[in-house]
Design a protein around this ligand. Structure first.
Ligand SMILES: *Cc1c(COP(=O)(O)O)cnc(C)c1O
Length: 395
């Protein structure tokens, strides 16, 4: 089926809650993806951050194929070796905690919200989150998402969320009272525009949490699993959370979400208090293990750091020549180029030149490239983006 017939099918049968490009993608390999007209695109935003190993990484494909023929799904009333091993692999690379498995980022955050309320004394229920943050679309996570545009028309929202400006420790301290149970934060805001925290911010949150008996939750749905060049973003800052949530890249694009917490806090999620039917299913678990193994075997954390250096150098250099670039923010393969102008025409021009990039918060060009992007591909993408930005600056 060609792209225009596919668009017609969607018009008739699919709820129009997404802004979709009129392109029908049919296959992908690494950082390349093809449409039904056989156009080739260079994808610097593969899978909206989920395809951190690019499209269809070999070992993940193989692990899923083998698993799907053995066992597709069994409920969590049984033990399954593959889920246990996945939990161990995640625990070994983080803070030695235990995992609750679900299917998405928003679900992982809902689990974290419940756990924080269950773990602290009964009168404590308030959770402090941050302006510009993004935690998901189900009502708890949506309320945690302190961006009014996502709340419009959906109230009443969940009670007990307080918002502070990102980076403002004093504001956080002022919000804490006897009813506060947790602080929830993205160590680097993704959808908020690749915002890297000011020095001392995460350390300060850790101290406030410790002093007031609060659960510190890091939403690493976008930053986790190697994205920033470490297994988890918190490892850059020397601050360990009590709870960490993962999704997006955790299974290389197979649906999967995880909440990790310490062995001390974990028992507060008592039997019967929370569940996810598909959570930690054998296919996701096999994909999750193969994802981590591929990153390790192919030394991809180092590659992510090198690619980060490459993008930073290129865009900092471009900033000198191009007056519409306000700031360049990079950590590993998480890249934000903040413009002084609307980013939508940049995305459109890139698409015309068969380069896939994203724009968030109106003016931030966001790249979440695969960590196995080749330097040649990075060059190709930068060249196109440079041309596009320069021509817009010249208008
Ligand atoms: C994408 C994202 C979510 C939501 O994940 P879903 O899988 O879409 O529910 C939550 N938090 C952060 C930081 C994200 O980037």
């Amino acid at each position: 089926m060609n792209s225009s017939d596919t668009v017609e099918l969607f018009k008739k049968y699919v709820i129009p809650n997404y802004g979709r490009y009129p392109v029908n993608l049919v296959r992908g390999e690494g950082s390349l993806v093809w449409d039904s007209e056989d156009n080739r695109y260079l994808d610097l935003f593969p899978g909206w951050g989920c395809n951190l190993l690019g499209h269809c990484p070999t070992k993940v494909v193989k692990a899923v194929q083998e698993q799907v023929a053995k066992l597709i799904h069994v409920p969590n009333t049984w033990h399954m070796e593959v889920q246990g091993l996945w939990a161990k692999e995640l625990s070994d690379r983080s803070f030695g905690g235990q995992a609750f498995f679900c299917n998405s980022g928003t679900e992982a955050n809902e689990a974290a919200i419940k756990l924080a309320r269950l773990h602290t004394p009964k009168e404590r229920y308030k959770i402090i989150t941050f302006e510009g943050g993004f935690h998901g679309r189900t009502l708890g996570s949506l309320t945690a998402t302190a961006q009014p545009k996502y709340h419009e028309g959906l109230g009443p929202l969940v009670a007990g969320f307080n918002y502070a400006p990102y980076g403002d420790l004093e504001a956080v301290e002022k919000l804490i009272d006897e009813e506060t149970c947790a602080i929830m934060v993205e160590p680097i805001q993704g959808e908020g525009g690749v915002r890297i925290p000011p020095k001392g911010f995460l350390e300060g949150l850790r101290k406030l949490a410790d002093n007031h008996g609060l659960v510190l939750i890091f939403d690493e749905v976008q930053t986790g699993c190697g994205r920033t060049g470490n297994w988890f973003a918190y490892q850059h800052f020397g601050v360990t959370p009590d709870v960490m949530t993962l999704a997006k890249a955790v299974c290389s694009g197979i649906a999967g979400g995880v909440m990790m917490t310490t062995p001390e806090i974990a028992p507060s999620l008592r039997p019967g208090m929370h569940a996810a039917t598909f959570g930690g299913n054998p296919i996701a678990a096999a994909a999750g293990i193969a994802t981590l193994q591929t990153m390790e075997d192919d030394n991809l954390l180092a590659s992510a750091k090198q690619l980060g250096d490459f993008f930073r150098t290129r865009f900092e250099q471009l900033k000198q020549e191009c007056n519409i670039i306000q700031e360049v923010r990079v950590l590993g393969v998480m890249v934000g180029v903040e413009l002084t102008v609307d980013g939508a025409p940049v995305v459109k021009s890139c698409l015309e030149r068969k380069l896939l990039v994203n724009c968030t918060q109106g003016r931030v060009i966001r790249l979440l490239p695969a960590m196995n992007l080749t330097i040649e591909q990075a060059e190709e993408g930068c060249k196109i983006l440079e041309d596009v930005l320069k021509s817009i600056a010249a208008e």
